[in-house]
Design a protein around this ligand. Structure first.
Ligand code: BTN
Length: 273
């Protein structure tokens, strides 16, 4: 990891001091905030810190990742200073393992809320947690578990148009007319939204998405519900049908063209219409 200070091109550098101040000092759960100029992957860095015993509340943000990780073993690419890339370390005790599957969905809600607030975009979610705007993928999220720790990594495309973006279906804040968004303020907003929902969900149940209001909020932001979709399931199978709901476990309920309702817990969704 190289310390922050400069970016090689791109947006205004992230400002760690301003970020800490915006989060409200000692009152926040984000007690260890690190901004680096360059690293392989902030998720990998945060996972290493988790193995070394770092407490919940660590945030690592990087101006540039040289080996950013995406879902399903894919890479996540962005030029120096062109994205907002960061990872947050959670230790969701005493939430039972069975309901921890909500963490990536919860983080997706926080990212969408932060983007709406700070960038003014109509951010919505494609199940489980891609953030969409203007029909393209604006942000991606990767949650990785290690022992009792969960690292949530979020990458928001800030600058760039098609050739520079991680995937063909991607968009950026710039393309959505919000390229001037202050990344430090955006990061603070996403972290505040994440903290607020995470603490409420962890304290309710614990980890009860229905009683904490998380399921309701997720549904209201989910662009997948009601659509005809295709889902690539792990193992290469495909399911086609209508997305009808997200159940109390965070699974996507799909009504296939033939047969009974299917509860999907992992997969890549394509919105057909
Ligand atoms: C996806 O949509 O495939 C998930 C992309 C997740 C990218 C973020 S960027 C910050 C964090 N560090 C990584 O290596 N990946 C995540």
């Amino acid at each position: 990891m190289a310390d922050a200070g400069t970016t090689r091109g791109g947006a205004e550098p992230l400002n760690a001091a301003r970020l800490r101040a915006a989060l409200g000092g000692p009152a926040t759960m984000w007690t260890d905030i690190r901004v680096v100029a360059e690293t392989g992957s902030t998720n990998e860095d945060a996972l290493k810190q988790a193995v070394d015993g770092a407490p919940e509340g660590l945030v690592i943000a990087a101006e540039w990742q040289t080996a950013g990780r995406g879902r399903q073993g894919r890479r996540w690419l962005a030029g120096p200073g062109a994205a907002l890339t960061f990872s947050a370390l959670l230790r969701p005790q005493p939430v039972p393992q069975a309901t921890r599957g909500w963490i990536p969905l919860l983080a997706g809600v926080a990212a969408a809320r932060g983007l709406r607030q700070m960038a003014g975009v109509d951010a919505r979610l494609k199940w489980p947690n891609d953030v969409l705007a203007d029909g393209g993928k604006l942000a991606g999220l990767l949650a990785e578990q290690c022992g009792d720790a969960v690292v949530v990594g979020i990458g928001v495309n800030v600058l760039g148009s098609e050739p520079d973006l991680p995937v063909a279906t991607a968009t950026s804040l710039e393309r959505c007319g919000a390229g001037g968004t202050d990344r430090t303020a955006l990061l603070a907003a996403i972290l505040r939204e994440l903290e607020h929902r995470y603490l409420r969900w962890r304290a309710t149940g614990p980890g009860d998405a229905v009683a904490s209001g998380l399921q309701r909020e997720y549904r209201s932001l989910c662009d997948t519900l009601g659509r005809q979709i295709r889902v690539q399931l792990p193992g290469g199978r495909e399911l086609a049908g209508q997305a009808v709901d997200v159940d109390p476990a965070g699974q996507l309920l799909v009504s296939p063209h033939r047969g009974e309702l299917v509860a999907v817990s992992a997969g890549d969704v394509v919105h057909v219409r």
